[in-house]
Design a protein. Structure first.
Length: 510
């Protein structure tokens, strides 16, 4: 409760109690109350005035800040609008330049079209004039002229067709040769194997010249017994301290060589002991054949072959073809086949087994009728070899149809192994015979003027008479000669057939 109000109440009480003196007190209390209220009112007014000024200042500051922000935003937008306007102006200029270029190009195209139309009209006019001239000169009817023109068109079409065929064949051959060269190079680089060169005779070194007499024996008894029991020929010639064993069967020749070496070391050379040693060495050679077959299969990475197949395979260790050891050749073909099959996405195991066994028949074709491909395939089929492998064996010389890509791979690997430089050797007589056969095949075709076998029989070049053979017929001739060579000749690798058609124009200045 305020003090003034208390004072008033006290005063009222005093009046009630005390009378006139109290009136003065009341008046005094009222005056004090009024003064107090006046002071409060002045404070309130002063505070309100100060609050109003403070609010005015804050309002003015906020307004100023908003004004500044608004001006900044306005300036930023003006700059953005200015940049956008410049960009639009630049794009407008670019579009104008493009439109000008397009109009210029359209004008150039129109000029070219006009030129082409004019040239077409000139050609059509020339054609009409030529047709009229032909009719006038040749006194031909329209139908006859059409026949002549059709003949000319057909001739041109045949020439164009031959050119397109040659172009397509050249491109395909280039791409195929490039890819084949990559695969073959990779295969040869990854497969590096050596070949053991042997011939149809074996040389046995003697410790001294007296041993020759002991080998011959009294009245030739020992040498006759040895030759009869071993099935070989023993040649005692003038070669110092050596005798030669000759036999077409490499296994018998190896048995005889081992036996003779053992007899020389033992010193006991007489018919009974000769037969005993030959029987023992025959068992040793049979054991060596089995080991050779197992080792070849292991080197080639082929598992699961029948023991009889491995035994027959081991016999190739003593067989050669053009001086190339056939077991080493079989292992190399298996490795090459595996590499090529892997590059082509074919079955590597089938290709590997086909390469190892492809010449299996060469181990038995001395005593059995039939080609080595047929014999080997029949023998492998008898002992449960995979049919695809059997087909690869039987078809690697195209005696039967090739039924899988693995068969083609085996054939290619066989050609690579046999045809690479230094792998095989060929005597002069057979070499000359093969070259002469190539030239005879080429000369047997109509229109051939001359033919030459070059590059050691790897290529035959055929020169034709241009008046008898045209460009298209030259392409057909190359194919026909290549096909006949494939059908009638046996050769390692491939033979390139090149047909040359040349037209010469000759005149003399007098």
């Amino acid at each position: 409760m305020p003090n003034a109000l208390v004072t008033i109440l006290v005063t009222v009480g005093a009046i009630i109690v005390g009378g006139g003196a109290a009136v003065a007190l009341v008046l005094l209390g009222l005056k004090n109350y009024r003064k107090e209220q006046q002071v409060k009112a002045d404070g309130i007014v002063k505070k309100a005035t100060e609050d109003a000024r403070t609010l005015e200042i804050e309002t003015r500051d906020k307004s100023l800040k908003l004004l500044q922000e608004s001006e900044s935003e306005t300036n930023r937008r003006r700059m953005d609008i200015s940049r956008e306007d410049e960009r639009l102006q630049k794009r407008r200029m670019d579009l104008d330049h493009r439109i000008e270029r397009l109009e210029q190009r359209e004008q150039n195209l129109n000029k070219r079209q006009s030129s082409l139309d004019k040239r077409a009209n000139d050609i059509e006019k020339m054609y009409s004039d030529q047709l009229e001239e032909l009719q006038r000169i040749g006194q031909m009817s329209m139908e006859e002229a059409k026949q002549v023109l059709l003949g000319e068109a057909e001739k041109e079409a045949r020439n164009d067709m031959a050119r397109i065929i040659r172009q397509i064949e050249t491109e395909a051959r280039a791409e195929g040769e490039r890819r084949a060269r990559e695969i073959i190079t990779d295969a040869i680089q990854r497969v590096a194997s050596e070949h053991v060169v042997s011939v149809s005779t074996s040389l046995v070194t003697l410790p001294n010249e007296e041993m020759k007499g002991r080998i011959v024996g009294r009245n030739g008894r020992n040498i006759r017994a040895f030759e009869q029991a071993a099935g070989v020929d023993v040649i005692v010639d003038d070669t110092p301290e050596a005798v030669t064993i000759s036999c077409f069967d490499p296994v018998r020749r190896e048995i005889a060589r081992r036996s003779l070496d053992r007899l020389i070391v033992d010193g006991r050379i007489h018919p009974a002991h000769i037969e005993k040693v030959l029987a023992e060495e025959e068992k040793e050679v049979e054991h060596a054949i089995v080991e050779a077959g197992d080792e070849a299969a292991f080197d080639a990475g082929v598992a699961g072959l029948h023991p009889e197949v491995l035994k027959m395979l081991g016999r190739l260790k003593f067989r050669t073809s053009y001086g190339q050891n056939q077991l080493s050749h079989a292992v190399e073909v298996a490795k090459l086949s595996a590499v090529i099959a892997a590059e082509l996405g074919a079955d590597v195991e089938i290709a590997r087994a086909g390469g190892l066994l492809h010449d299996l028949g060469k181990a038995m074709d001395h005593n059995t009728d039939g080609t080595h491909a047929q014999l080997g395939a029949e023998y492998a089929k008898r002992y449960g070899v995979n049919p695809k492998v059997v087909n690869a064996m039987a078809s690697h010389h195209h005696e039967v149809e090739q039924e899988s890509i693995e068969a083609v791979v085996v054939e290619s690997a066989d050609a690579i192994s046999g045809a690479r430089p230094g792998a095989r050797r060929e005597d002069l007589e057979q070499y000359i015979k093969r070259l002469r056969a190539l030239e005879d095949i080429a000369n047997s075709f109509k229109g051939v003027s001359q033919s030459y076998a070059i590059q050691a029989g790897r290529e035959v070049r055929i020169i034709v008479r241009p008046e008898e053979i045209d460009d298209l017929a030259s392409t057909r001739l190359a194919r026909d000669v290549a096909k006949k060579v494939e059908e009638t000749m046996q050769y390692p690798g491939q033979i390139k057939v090149t047909v040359i058609r040349e037209t010469r124009a000759i005149d003399f200045a007098k």
